[in-house]
Ligand binder design. Sequence first.
Ligand code: GLC
Length: 797
Amino acid sequence: MKYGYFDSDKREYVIDKPDTPAPWANYLGSPAYGAIISNNAGGYSFVKSGAAGRLIRYRFNEQDRPGRYVYLRDDEDGDYWSASWQPVGKPLNQYKSICRHGTGYTQIEADYKDIHSQVLYYVPQDADYEVWKVKVTNNGGKARKISCFGFVELTCESFYEQDQVNLQYTQFITRTYFKEKFILQTINENCLNAVNESRVDTRFFGLAGAKVATYCGDRAAFLGKYHDYGNPVSVENGKLDGTLNYNLNPCGALHTNFDLAPNETKEFIFLLGQKREAQANELISRYEDTSLPEKEIDKLKSYWHSRLANLKVSTPDDNFNNMINTWNAYQCFITFVWSRAASLTYCGQRNGYGYRDTVQDIQGIIHLDPEMALEKIKFMISGQVNHGGALPLVKYSHNPGHEDKPEDESYRKNTGHPSYRADDALWLFPTVWKYVAETGNTALLDEIIPYADKGKDTLFNHLKKAIGFSLNNLGIHGLPAGLHADWNDCLRLGEKGVSVFVALQLYYAFEIMIRFAKFKKDSATEKEMTKQKDRFGKIIEERCWKDDRFVRGITEHDVTVGKKEDPEANIWLNPQSWAVISGFADEERSKAILDLVHKELNTKYGARLMSPSYRKHAFDGALALLFNPSTKENGGIFLQTQGWIILAEALLGRGNRAVEYYLESCPAAQNEIADTRLMEPYVYSQFTESVDSPFEGRSHVHWLTGTASTVMVGSVEGILGLRPDIEGLRLSPAIPSSWKSFTIEKSFRGKKLKIKVNNPDGHESGCKKLTVNGTAAEGDYIPASILKAENEIVLDM
Ligand code: GLC
């Protein structure tokens, strides 16, 4: 069953069947004022922190309620409905709904008994409040009398957890007032006149462009006894009874009513934010001009679309195009900006940026907005401790040069992170490389950046120290110790146990350092890194390769994990894909291990993280055992890793395979099986349940996941073959042999590239001829120095 489609020109996903198998959400604003909204207007908002700045309630893991509700009522016959299908939920043979999720806005239209409504939800660019612009039109032949109610369930206090559980306190600290155009809520109001004014929060829910007829500030009064969001007694009655909350649960509810002649439209705006009374008044007056939202939406669109426009592909596969041009790209920005802050799965409890997650997230936007990436790169570098290890969590309040670290009790207490991860700092290598290669900004290497705890250094030396950290934390056989965990949160290999994934990451890090050192003409570093790389290569060869595969790790008791003869977890995806990505495996071996992966791990929804799942034979530190088989790290399809297998296949030039993996796990390609996948068909998930599950194909943890960036990199660098380096750009697509041609428009170092790839003979990769502005280039490489402001590039495969 399908519930919607992609509107590529508008960069919108359009849901025309509102009874989706899960709430299909969108992001509005930024964590400064963040809002999540589903296709049925469920969701919540917060100021600065989902956990500590929660404005409106949402009941996680239930029925997508409550939300930003707009109710409509026919005042002649008393029939009422909601402007989003839920919460009233009129029969779908009488009620039509179309939800358009766009870049930073969501618009929900409904048609019911000749009344057309449209609610446009957004947070204006850089604003700290939200706007719901409502338009109601009479499409029928007779005049109508209509009431409209805006409703929001406010939290009693900004701390999400307190609001949910500490009821003996939170229910007695809030009041609401009616102020002609808005409901004002105060929290800990008495402190306003006391020393502790900072304790006080005030929120408002207002109406602009229409007159408030009746109001209510108390949830119980709004809903009524034994009523619910779907049938609030006040909407049934056609008026709000003016109850204001004094203790118990507040709400913002405002009612306006009007006559609608045939074809007549009324427009007005609900506003919500955390503001003092005077500011609320000011904002509402501004929005009395109900045309303001149009301008603000244009601004939002041009903000997002101008970034997304930096790469535009047109291939024979629309699913690929929709993802790369808009949705995967937009999700990359969302994960980049929001990290793992808040979603319908994450309640907002994290108080910082996970190191590895964030450094990987950056990779997803480098090709679209390198400036934005640069800022975050520097920020994350400043989260590196002076000994080269990285803080597992860089706090939102990060103060470089003065931070505590995992060695300190205070850090462990504040963040819940007990120690270092083996991989965190090693993610800097591919990320910094991608940034420098995309921009040519090699000056970054010499930029001085502070360490988290003390001192400062050039970025180049930060990278050296990251390698130093791995070298100072070796385990048995001289391989990098797994420490608290590596990329896989569920692997505890023990103090001296070692991770093969990290060994391969380190091998790759040496390679990147060699490239940088060469560029800097720093032959001492180049020599040292080459020596180490070779030395490690030998150890990897000797210890990490068994029979026909790379193993996953060796525990401190010298037990090898991921051997062919193991009854469970005998083949792991990441060491195979990373053996290729890191350049460790030669071509022949690369092909052999990727063939093995395809045979042993691939399923119709993508390649599993490992197989068979743990049931009875897990080693002591295999926390994956906690999960059901075929779930998450226990042999599920951990989607972040699909990006790496796509990239690995593409690096080998095997376009058919690369795109096979791509399509198996591509959300857009699963649009028609939404009842199996459940999640938004425009969004990557963290994982998909695999073959052992009775719900194979069901996907979980939407939006905020590393999948967005790894698949983007696998697609752009891998499938499309856009592989920049310091001096220029290599063009090395790995595509299905069925793609006879495709085009790419790309901004590169301030210049425009128009690339046409011809593949009449059905190759999967390779370059017969490359011309740049009519002149033949050498091989598949375009030196940056020959590029003009605009370039016509033709690649014949
Ligand atoms: C989750 C974590 C990420 C980790 C991955 C695999 O996605 O956010 O840090 O690498 O799981 O365990």
